[in-house]
Design a protein around this ligand. Structure first.
Ligand code: GLN
Length: 189
């Protein structure tokens, strides 16, 4: 198992569920709230939640620049609201994203009617396609991704998982399933 300590940004959102997934994999985690916490972790997960609130709290706790610096040599994974914060471009001017992955995304893009749902998507993590159950909660859509972004998952025709270098994003919530596939994959990024 990985000897890394995975930091989980714990300013707001569903950080606890990520923590439980990593502990099922016997991987140590630490909740990250202030810049100094980043000195004690090897990886960072930005969980789902409310991206506008998380963005506000990150600014208040002076976390924006430290996270950008952290990502220059350590792997960062954002789920849902985390994807929104990691993106280069967001359709909501209220959000000032970190710009760590060259995608543009749209917040709450599935609309109010079907804001939360579980659906079978497709993953291609190792060259082979497989079905995977994706949990979406007021999920963002990835509108575009540059050529340097690797696409790894889809639901219908939308990209739902992507990676650029050591920055990984998922529009869905693997921490709300029993399936450890994506957490394991992230440990290899
Ligand atoms: N809709 C939320 C946002 O825009 C994200 C939802 C989530 O993380 N589950 O911040």
């Amino acid at each position: 198992m990985s000897k890394d300590t995975v930091g989980i940004l714990a300013l707001q959102g569903d950080f606890e569920m990520h923590r439980q997934m990593f502990s099922r994999l016997d991987v140590r985690t630490m909740l990250v709230r202030i810049p100094d916490d980043l000195n004690h972790v090897d990886r960072l997960v930005i969980p789902g939640g409310e991206s506008s609130t998380m963005n506000l709290l990150m600014k208040r706790y002076n976390m924006m620049q430290p996270v950008i610096k952290f990502a220059s040599d350590r792997p960062v994974w954002g789920t849902c609201a985390g994807l929104i914060l990691l993106a280069a471009k967001i359709d909501d001017p209220q959000i000032q994203p970190l710009g760590l992955i060259d995608i543009s995304a749209s917040r709450n893009a599935y609309g109010r009617q079907i804001e939360s749902f579980v659906a079978e998507g497709i993953l291609r993590l190792d060259g082979n396609e497989r079905a995977y159950e994706m949990v979406f909660i007021r999920a963002p859509k990835i509108l575009s991704a540059s050529d340097s972004v690797e696409t790894l998952g889809w639901y219908e025709n939308e990209i739902t998982m992507a990676k650029q270098g050591r920055v990984l994003v998922t529009a869905f919530h693997p921490e709300l399933t029993d399936d450890l596939t994506i957490h394991e994959y992230y440990l290899g990024v």
